[in-house]
Design a binder for this molecule. Sequence first.
Ligand code: NAP
Length: 306
Amino acid sequence: MTGLTRRAFLEMAAAAAAAASGAPGRARAAGPAMRTRPIPRTGEALPAVGLGTWQTFDVGTSEAERAPLADVLSGFFAAGGRLIDSSPMYGRAEGVVGDLVARVRPASPPFLATKVWTHGRAEGERQVKESMRLLRAKALDLLQIHNLLDWEAHLPALRASRDAGRVRYLGITHYALGAMDDMERILRSERLDFVQLPYSLATRAAESRLLPAAAELGVAVLVMRPFEEGALFRAVRGRALPGWAAEIGCTAWSQVFLKWILGHPAVTAVLPATANPAHLAENVAAGAGPLPDDDLRRRMVRALEL
Ligand SMILES: NC(=O)c1ccc[n+]([C@@H]2O[C@H](COP(=O)([O-])OP(=O)(O)OC[C@H]3O[C@@H](n4cnc5c(N)ncnc54)[C@H](OP(=O)(O)O)[C@@H]3O)[C@@H](O)[C@H]2O)c1
């Protein structure tokens, strides 16, 4: 990393999380500083800020490409992060996650979420095996059907994988707002553990049915695209943080965007993606400290008009 030693960066990530949580000093910074939410099916605690890997982790083998990502992962784990979301659709990302997790050697194992994204049961089973090889995982924590692609073919195989102990939790994802009705229907007809959906200050459609359905059915919610692929930063460029940002411990727009999402009680974890260690430090800090209540969340929507 440039201009910042690795040790200084790790201290910065941990201290940012500690500061946002009100924890005194560095000793409590790693791990406990980040809030966790229970996975409804089991009660297992999951840290509320995860890490997306679409585009950001699709890199080659050069040190110039990989070193910043190793720093992103180190900072993530130092701040108490565990949940990493990938997919065979994300180019080289699964393999890069596998390599770099082995390199940074976190104190506790990551919670590895990936997806099946293909047609047909046999091809799906082959793909899952390949994901495990690339991620260097004997078992996957969460396997999701990416964009519901051929979901009826995959679900029996995924259930068999869960029964055999190769996968711990099953879920579905879709990025399209037009797929939310299908997602709700599937959650109501199949017993799934997780749903991954888009939700942000600019895209609030999930509030009307899908988030309440997930809460009612005891399904954990992962939130994709929390920054609208970065568009939210462009929308507020040049704007000072509003006064209420300090009320919820936000020192950066990224934390405003993430804390607004985490303020919804049905949300289990959010999945910001970054290849930038300084951005990672900002993002993980959103996992600690106060969250906006309903009233402030409504004011945030009105104030920002995103
Ligand atoms: N169908 C699906 O299942 C599906 C679909 C879409 C996404 N997802 C998951 O959701 C994850 C997140 O969505 P996403 O990757 O589309 O977009 P995102 O997380 O909303 O935005 C990522 C963008 O925000 C920038 N960024 C991150 N932190 C920042 C900060 N603190 N300050 C300024 N810029 C910042 C990143 O650039 P820098 O690298 O420069 O920080 C990147 O350009 C994905 O990676 C993937 O794991 C799943």
